[in-house]
Design a protein around this ligand. Structure first.
Ligand code: ZN
Length: 438
């Protein structure tokens, strides 16, 4: 169900009943059966489900020659790409005191999916709250656990930021979730604004646009099987999504989206989980032991990236007094006492630290290295060594992030060396092809 259809439907509805809209907060109307069917389709759990229709294999050198056409593939059941919708979990209202705010200069439509009714709200602002699995709009109990919030215009602001599409507010098993439904390409552009770097040339942004689109396509593909109500969260647990932001270089980013429209990276005709990081630090992902390369062989890159060497976080250094480090470590080891020694207990061949041993006056402790991210400031990755003396500890590290997949700064320097987006993607995601979603 595309928004334009729903919107035309709303417009017709609005024009028909506007003369009898009263000035009360809400006026509800029964739905015509045809509309009911359309609205049901709009929230069907199989909306945008992805099937694995096969497309012809591309020529083997498809990535090497930038002039080659890109083969097409179907990502979902829709007849065109515009019907692919991304569902992003943007908030969870964890307790009764939580509320979120929407504004829209032309008011709102609220579609109650539980009770099959549509509500026109003639207010420019609404507050949404959840109490005991029921949604309240401006303190009015809608007696529903499942509603859609839409604006008749493109100007729908959620917590002060313009967002594309519409919002579904849904309670399942005591989780009160707010999910933004929006078009694929709008989502990719928004994420690109958050993930790209000011001043980067068009070709790097094309690389990122394709990686972002591939990642979300893979999530759509996976979640269609699980039938969860959202595909991704809006945080860097997936990809940072902040709504319709225009942070920098809007024209360049828009061009990157348009020039790569619909293109994704595939492996065995499925969209890949195209992970990416700020700087890989020269680490070889194929030597990592904590990654399931069987399910994602395209992440097992065995050629080192040294293109990011000029980036300041290719190699970094932290120094702490033992007293200062003790205070940080006590957040994960409360009984540590005063730190005496900290050393690496387990490291894989790629150089990723897995376990550390911490010795303090309170005892000896083994800690998962990933837990250090939360407590040691500016620990940019788990690829590090530890040294020091009686009073200080020095941590020397490489790269920023999980150090797997696309290296963003490496891609930037490769573009400066003359590489195009196809060369770059084939380097960072080996044994993959590019296809265009149709
Ligand atoms: Zn790199």
């Amino acid at each position: 169900m595309i928004f334009s259809t729903l919107y035309r439907n709303y417009q017709f509805f609005y024009n028909t009943v506007v003369s009898i809209i009263i000035t009360m907060l809400f006026v509800s109307f029964p739905l015509f059966s045809r509309r009911k069917k359309r609205i049901k389709r709009a929230v069907s759990p199989i909306e945008n489900s992805v099937n694995n229709e096969t497309a012809p294999n591309p020529p083997e050198n498809a990535l090497a020659d930038s002039n080659n056409e890109i083969d097409e593939m179907a990502l979902n059941n829709a007849s065109d790409r515009a019907k692919i919708r991304v569902r992003v979990l943007v908030a969870e209202l964890m307790d009764d005191n939580n509320s979120v705010h929407f504004s829209s200069p032309q008011g709102f439509y609220i579609i109650d999916l539980k009770n099959n009714r549509k509500i026109k709200v003639n207010k420019n602002e609404i507050t949404l709250k959840n109490i005991n699995n029921k949604w309240y709009v401006n303190s009015v109990n809608l007696e529903s656990s499942d509603i859609l919030i839409a604006s008749p215009s493109e100007l729908l602001l959620f917590n002060g930021v313009i967002h594309h599409g519409r919002f579904r507010a849904l309670c399942i098993k005591k989780r009160a979730m707010l999910i933004n439904h929006l078009d694929l390409e709008d989502y990719v552009l928004s994420v690109l604004h958050s993930e790209s770097w000011p001043g980067w040339p068009l070709e790097v942004n094309k690389v990122l646009a394709i990686a972002i689109r591939s990642y979300i396509s893979a999530m759509i593909f996976k979640n269609a099987r699980k039938r969860v109500p959202y595909h991704v969260r809006n945080t860097n647990a997936h990809q940072v999504y902040k709504g319709k932001v225009a942070r920098h270089d809007s024209a360049t980013l828009r061009a990157a989206i348009d020039e790569t429209s619909g293109i994704i990276i595939v492996h065995n005709d499925e969209p890949i989980v195209a992970m990416y990081d700020i700087c890989c630090g020269g680490i070889l992902p194929s030597l990592m032991t904590d990654v399931n390369f069987q399910s994602a062989p395209y992440l097992a890159r065995s050629s080192a990236c040294h293109y990011c060497k000029k980036m300041s976080l290719y190699q970094w250094r932290l120094e702490f007094s033992k007293k200062e480090l003790s205070e940080h470590l006590k957040k994960i080891v409360p009984t540590l006492g005063t730190l005496q020694e900290i050393k690496i207990a387990q490291k894989d061949k790629a150089g990723i630290v897995q376990k550390i041993q911490i010795i303090g006056t309170g005892g000896t402790f083994s800690v998962d290295a990933k837990k250090l991210y939360a407590v040691i400031p500016k620990l940019f990755s788990c690829a590090f060594s530890i040294s020091g003396n009686r009073s200080n500890v020095v941590i020397l590290g490489h790269g920023y992030g999980h150090l797997i997949g696309l290296c963003q700064w490496g891609a930037y320097y490769k573009v400066l060396d003359g590489a195009n987006y196809k060369n770059i993607l084939s380097f960072y995601y080996p044994n993959t092809q590019l296809k265009r979603i149709v």
